[in-house]
Write a protein that binds this ligand. Structure first.
Ligand code: KG4
Ligand code: ZN
Length: 348
């Protein structure tokens, strides 16, 4: 039985997993603490994790019907993420491992997200192309096995979720804006305003979303705040369509370049209805199988961390030498059409 701990951003998460089965998964959102700031404040996140981590971990154990001595190890997210936030989870995991003399399994948050496809679709074939699209990350991977993936492309600036959140903020739709934008865009005309499709015509697989956010800001500056609900919906739908177009084009291109027959989509933004519809249609056209895990697995959680930890569990003592790290460098795919040596500011 493995305990998983995840504190890389603003959710305090713990879960218990046994042989690929999730026995419990507890997520305590800090949403309300960051609301008034309009975004996640790293210092606030770290403090909240410290307050919550013991309660969340005990709740995960009790919901799994487990006690501390039942644990065979602790898997914890060590990178990438907010360093202060990560440190709380890593310190907690080390404490448990030290007192129980059980192994500590360090987990890469991005690989844990990708692992949710294996949890939700045990028959998912490899290699497959995995799009991780969340508030902190937008990365295309070639997934070769559970816990093994190469970066095919990633954002050079903002993540797609961040671009949606910032747009929603600009349109005064609230925080976090992604879900609100999703709702409002559903009633809008996606062709009302012609937004750029950043890097869509470039050969490589990297993304850039910061220019799109600027295009929206300039539009609002020039034309003023949309005067009606319908005008807001049209603007939101047009903006969302630009983000979706680029994500879909690059993902299907990645599958074609890698010769993959399956695409998985994970991370919080995978909940977006327009993105799901557009990705499904494009995959159908290209004869690709599309696997999207349920939303409780797509957003940050510790079940994905514990489940990936099971894959790499080994050794018989707590290795407490591991450290948290804000940034992680991952190997890049080097096949035809690869971006070569573009190193992203984020993610890698
Ligand atoms: O994976 P996640 O819960 O947290 C991390 O960023 O790691 O993803 C959160 C992101 C936020 O940017 C949020 O606005 C976005 O996912 N999101 C959505 C939707 N639900 C969540 N974006 C668009 N449409 C949605 N339905
Ligand atoms: Zn995440």
């Amino acid at each position: 039985m493995l305990l998983g701990i995840e504190t890389s951003c603003d959710d305090t998460c713990a879960a218990v997993v046994r042989e690929g089965t999730i026995l419990s998964s507890v997520v305590s959102s800090q949403h309300d603490f960051h609301l008034s700031y309009g975004g996640v404040v790293p210092e606030v996140a770290a403090r909240q994790h410290s307050r919550l981590i013991v309660h969340v971990t005990e709740a995960a154990l009790s919901r799994a019907g487990a006690a501390w001595p039942d644990l065979d190890g602790v898997a914890v997210t060590v990178a990438p993420g907010l360093i202060g936030a990560l440190l709380v989870g890593v310190a907690a995991a080390k404490g448990v491992c030290m007192s129980l003399s059980i192994p500590l399994v360090p987990v890469n948050h991005l690989l844990a997200h990708l692992h949710t496809a294996f949890l939700a679709f045990p028959d998912v074939e490899v290699p497959h192309v995995g799009l991780l699209v969340s508030g902190g990350h937008t990365v295309l991977f070639l997934v070769e096995a559970p816990g093994e993936a190469l970066v095919m492309g990633s954002t050079l600036d903002d993540a797609a979720g961040e671009a949606l959140d910032k747009a929603a903020h600009l349109l005064r739709l609230g925080y976090p804006g992604g879900p609100a934008l999703d709702r409002i865009a559903a009633g809008g005309d996606p062709s009302a305003v012609a937004f750029p499709r950043p890097m869509a015509d470039r050969k490589g697989l990297d993304f850039s979303f910061s220019g799109l956010k600027t295009a929206l800001a300039l539009h609002v500056q020039r034309h003023g705040h949309p005067p009606t609900d319908q005008a807001t919906a049209d603007l939101a739908a047009s903006y969302l369509e630009a983000v979706v177009d680029v994500l879909v084009a690059k993902t299907t291109r990645a599958a074609a370049l890698a010769g993959a027959k399956t695409v998985t989509m994970v991370g919080g933004v995978a909940a977006n209805r327009r993105l799901r519809d557009a990705m499904s249609a494009a995959c159908r056209t290209d004869g690709l199988r599309l696997c999207i895990p349920p939303s409780e697995l797509c957003t940050d959680n510790a079940a994905m961390v514990a489940a990936l930890g099971e894959v790499s569990l080994g050794g018989d003592g707590a290795d407490l030498s591991v450290d948290a790290c804000a940034v992680i460098r991952m190997a890049r795919w080097n096949g035809p059409g690869a971006d070569g040596f573009v190193i992203s500011r984020r993610d890698v």
